[in-house]
Design a protein around this ligand. Structure first.
Ligand code: ZN
Ligand code: CU
Length: 484
């Protein structure tokens, strides 16, 4: 006897549920947008049956650190993300967000990483949510409100601390966004347009988080020599405002800082004993952002990804450019600005330690507008599964998946996502752990990963490796995920 119960039935895949627990070979049945049943579903039928033998079924990956704010609107297929197994992105990191933001001026650094002036038109988070519901991206979206974005809208001079009145205006923008469903508040205190903000300014804003149960995420004031003090600033702030803290892209930046990951990790672990703290990291030992004169050095390679003034120099190293122009690295950098860069400024062992740190979530920090992006945009999740998990054996498959799914969903309170459980949304990825591989490289950054066989968002088949592209047979299923 056989009844047609499911839309989709995935048979006999190794189901790794996102909790970190060991995978179990079983069947998973999807109906509409939900995981309806898990177990032995041998006698059930479905509109579509997929043979999962030899494959892993995991919750869709959550990219906890992105700058996809405008990309999900501009390019809703989100191939860079779905092709590596991602079904949800968190936007608004590092103090920069596309909403609430509206300004009749070119976006200041580093808000310019998100897009061009005309694309910023979301004075309220609600406007952004409305646009998303029209454009319907392939991935779900979770939003943070950026501190620098707030500053840019209410302050004349970003090189100063905000005045009492400016803080008041920023607070009201932040509160509205939290009321409309933002998950939290982010800062990017290392950037020149936020640097002048003292802890007190950030604290005044962050104290609004508590009543919403929202979180504070931060690109630290420095990731270089002063990292421990910067961590301390973030943790003290979290304690004062009584809200969870997420450290963005935890790293030891700069040659002098190499080898300090163990020290940094034990500092974080120690603080975790008395307050909720999480962190994210990406699986590469090169960073990427706008070109920053303070980071110009000959200690390591700096690769120019774009330049407004000298576009033809994109794709060359700063050293080669300086050599061509017969000037110093610093002079060359000044001539390129505004520009983007990849800094090969981390130590591989440190990166491995952060990836292995049980508390770290995986986020890409990819920059979708970059004409020559860091490969993390297309390859982060498959690289963790191939390089760090299968090849280097630094994580079990279960641990790696937990860092991309259940851990993140728990820290960000994403309801009914991030785990394979009955009744949860069917955000799922079916992949081959033996062949999965990131193909994006520093020289060829726009490459889909190998091994992501099928991907569903809220039960809708969204990506199929066989066709190499989006299935496009269904309408896109991504949703804005409101906080509580
Ligand atoms: Zn950042
Ligand atoms: Cu970032």
């Amino acid at each position: 006897m056989s009844t047609e119960v499911f839309d989709t039935l995935i048979r006999q895949a190794l189901v790794i549920d996102g909790s970190g627990n060991k995978g179990i070979k079983q069947d998973v049945g999807i109906l509409h947008n939900q995981i309806l049943a898990i177990g032995n579903l041998e006698h059930c039928s479905a509109k579509e049956i997929i043979d999962g033998h030899g494959l892993v079924l995991a919750p869709g990956f959550i990219d906890v650190h992105t700058h996809d704010d405008l990309e999900v609107i501009r390019n809703p297929d989100m191939l860079a993300k779905v092709s590596q197994g991602v079904t949800t992105v968190v936007v608004g990191n590092c103090g920069i967000s596309a909403s609430p933001y509206q300004l009749d001026a070119p976006p200041p650094d580093p808000i310019n990483l998100l897009g061009k002036k005309a694309e910023f038109q979301f004075a309220q988070l609600n406007d952004y949510i409305e646009q998303l519901s029209q454009n319907k991206p392939n991935v779900n979206v979770v939003a943070l409100v950026g501190h620098t974005a707030l500053r840019a809208q209410v302050m004349q001079d970003l090189s100063k601390p905000a005045s009492t009145n400016e803080i008041k205006q920023m607070t009201s923008l932040l509160i509205s966004a939290l009321e409309q469903g933002a998950k939290g508040f982010s800062t990017g205190l290392a950037y020149k347009n936020a640097k002048a903000a003292p802890s007190e300014e950030v604290e005044c804003l962050a104290k609004e988080l508590k009543s919403f149960g929202a979180i504070y995420t931060t690109h630290l004031r420095t990731e270089f020599d002063g990292i421990v003090d910067a961590l301390d600033e973030a943790f003290s702030l979290g304690k004062t405002v009584d809200s969870p803290v997420v450290i963005s892209h935890l790293k030891c930046a700069g040659k002098q800082n190499w080898g300090r990951s163990k020290e940094v990790i034990s500092f974080v672990e120690n603080a975790q004993k008395s307050q909720p703290i999480a962190c994210d990291c990406y699986p590469y030992h090169a960073s990427s952002s706008t070109l920053d004169l303070n980071q110009v050095t000959d200690d390591f390679e700096i690769f120019i990804t774009w330049s407004d003034k000298e576009p033809s120099m994109a794709g060359k190293t700063l050293a080669v450019i300086a050599d061509t122009w017969q000037i110093s690295l610093m002079e060359a950098a000044k001539r390129l600005m505004p520009a983007g860069a990849v800094y090969h400024g981390m130590n591989e062992k440190d990166v491995e330690n952060f990836i292995q740190f049980p508390m770290s979530m995986i986020g890409s920090d990819g920059l979708p507008c970059d004409p020559h992006p860091h490969p993390r945009l297309w390859g982060s999740f498959s690289r963790v599964l191939s390089h760090f998990t299968r090849d280097r054996k630094l994580l079990s498959l279960e641990q790696a998946i937990h860092k991309m799914t259940g851990l993140t969903a728990t820290n960000f309170e994403l309801e009914q996502r991030g785990f394979i459980r009955e009744g949860y949304f069917a955000d799922l990825v079916l992949f081959d752990a033996k062949t999965i591989k990131d193909n994006a490289t520093f020289s060829q950054p726009f490459e889909c990963s190998t091994g992501i066989k099928y991907l569903w968002v809220s039960g809708q088949l969204t990506y199929k490796e066989k066709e190499g592209v989006m299935t496009n047979v269904h309408s896109r299923a991504g949703q804005f995920l409101k906080h509580r």
